[in-house]
Write a new protein. Structure first.
Ligand SMILES: Nc1ncnc2c1ncn2[C@@H]1O[C@H](COP(=O)(O)OP(=O)(O)OP(=O)(O)O)[C@@H](O)[C@H]1O
Ligand SMILES: [Mg+2]
Length: 509
């Protein structure tokens, strides 16, 4: 009765097995289902699938049917028929188990069966040229059974299972890689948005740190206010990453960047058919932020229609997707930010008063940079450090002349403008320090804003010369010859400048 091909009558079973393995995501569920198919369509009395557990060095039962075995049962390598099949990679056919001492009947199928005699067939499961497990099945004994063909059929099922195991291993490995990467990225984010990365020692900033520390552990809604570029988004991140929600998502919605119709579907999501283009379901940002923090940036830009909807969500902590009548509970901590004068907007009637109060439960005000001048040089140093390495520059200092200029500017764009200004200065800077002339023209013409004293060309040049010589002397630790080399000039010229500007090189030793 031997044949090279499975009986064509068995093809529907094989098709069903392959469909099950191909469509079920959970491997155990799929394997259990394969055994059920064998039982229902093929008359097996019991079935078992074991897979190698490489870590434990033994075999674990992944699926079992018809007997008493459960998924916790384990086999040693080489133990019983199943263990032998995995070890040898060859099928074993036992026509009459009553005559086979190796048959352990771990599944107790024989003892419990009403049949007088059972047959047992066990085939290897192979994946990537290696035996990774075994598939065993008990059948009622029958003298006319074509055992070879039976084993061949189970062999085909075994190789399909092997494919599924291989895919499962690949997916698992990829999942693990993604999880590891996710943990690493999350760690990076946590570090990046750590409170310690917010620079500033001014009284005003200390108050901000205190407020963040106070409110971060709670679920209180926070409203961040302050001019553009003062660090509202930075603080929103810090709030999230120093809160108990840190391991859950931080989701941002930029209210100004989206047209009104989109804001709504972005926030709340939609169901298929909610509007003409809505083919599939889409989760809104509220749902995506579940368990975490939702950051509503530029909240002052919300249209009145959305303001009402947002108010409702804040009151009921429930959302409805567009085109749906079911409410979904959302657990979200809300942080909102604006550079608008919301009180004025309330007076003008463009911002709802009730929403304003709901949002402004805990307000944090980020002071403009011009009101905390002591932070300017700290921030400037911070940005030099942040960008110098990235640009491959070995710039360590900001010359006094440049600091003076930075201090006298009024910074309408606040910290963002300072950051851009330092980044640009590093680009054009060729030495080891940033000088006044590396700073953008907007700062040079600060006299327009009345913040710089009028200077003649002669005075400006002299000031610049003094700066350069001072820097060189600092770098050369007061050594005039080395300072001269740094400036591509002679020691005599340096000596002249030292006298002219009343410098004391011994200070830098
Ligand atoms: N205290 C600070 N320490 C370090 N970096 C800061 C600080 N404040 C702001 N920054 C940096 O300045 C830039 C602008 O900050 P952020 O985007 O948070 O400002 P914003 O208040 O949200 O501005 P806008 O209202 O224009 O959106 C960012 O690159 C941020 O990292
Ligand atoms: Mg912002």
């Amino acid at each position: 009765m031997s044949s090279r091909h499975p009986d064509p009558r068995q093809l529907p079973d094989l098709l069903e097995v392959s469909q099950t393995l191909g469509t079920t995501l959970n491997l155990r569920t799929a394997l259990q289902r394969v055994l059920a198919i064998l039982e229902e369509n093929h008359g097996t009395l019991s079935g078992i699938i074991v897979l190698r557990d490489d870590e434990a060095g033994d075999l674990a039962v992944e699926a079992a049917s018809g007997g008493t075995t459960n998924a916790r049962t384990r086999y040693r390598m080489g133990e019983g028929i199943t263990g032998r099949v995995v070890q040898s990679g060859r099928p074993v056919i036992v026509p009459r188990v009553s005559r086979e001492p190796l048959f352990l009947d771990r599944t107790q199928v024989f003892r419990r069966s009403r049949e007088n005699e059972l047959s047992y067939i066990c085939v290897p499961i192979r994946a990537e040229r290696r035996t990774v497990g075994a598939l065993g099945a008990a059948l009622p004994y029958s003298r006319d059974r074509g055992y070879e063909q039976e084993a061949q059929f189970l062999g085909v099922v075994g190789s399909m299972v092997g494919q599924a195991v291989r895919v499962h291993h690949l997916v698992e490995a990829e999942r693990k890689r993604l999880l590891d990467e996710n943990t690493k990225l999350r760690q990076e984010l946590t570090e990046r948005y750590d409170l310690r990365n917010i620079v500033g020692a001014s009284r005003a900033m200390q108050q901000v740190y205190e407020q963040v520390a106070q409110v971060a552990p709670s679920n209180t809604t926070v409203l961040l206010r302050g001019e553009s570029g003062t660090g509202k988004e930075l603080v929103a991140h810090a709030l999230h990453y120093s809160s108990p929600r840190a391991k859950k998502p931080f989701v941002k919605v930029s209210c100004a960047a989206l047209p009104e119709t989109l804001v709504e579907s972005e926030l709340f999501g939609y169901e298929p058919g909610a509007f003409t283009d809505a083919r599939s379901q889409k989760k809104g940002r509220f749902e995506l932020a579940h368990g975490g923090t939702l950051f509503l940036d530029e909240i002052g830009e919300l249209s009145p229609a959305i303001q009402i909807k947002l108010l409702r969500v804040l009151q009921e902590r429930e959302i409805e997707r567009l085109g749906s009548v079911d409410s979904i509970k959302v657990d979200v901590r809300l942080v909102a930010a604006t550079n608008k004068d919301l009180e004025e907007a309330v007076r003008q009637g463009t911002f709802r008063e009730d929403l304003f109060y709901r949002l402004n439960v805990f307000g944090i005000f980020l002071p403009p940079l011009r009101e905390r001048k002591t932070d300017i040089s700290l921030l400037a140093d911070h940005f030099v450090e942040k960008y110098a390495a990235g640009q491959g520059k070995d710039v360590r200092r900001i010359a006094t002349s440049a600091i003076d200029l930075l201090m006298s500017y009024h910074w309408p764009g606040n910290v963002r403008e300072l950051e851009n200004c330092i980044e640009r200065a590093l680009l054009v800077c060729e030495g080891g320090a940033i000088h006044a002339h590396h700073l953008p023209p907007s700062l040079q013409t600060a006299e327009v804003s009345g913040t710089l004293p009028r200077q003649s060309l002669k005075d400006a040049l002299a000031a610049h010369e003094k700066d350069l010589v001072l820097d060189a002397l600092k770098s050369a630790r007061g050594n005039r010859a080395r300072a001269a080399r740094l400036l591509h000039t002679t020691e005599r010229i340096i000596g002249y400048a030292v006298r002219k500007h009343g410098l004391d090189p011994s200070r830098f030793k």
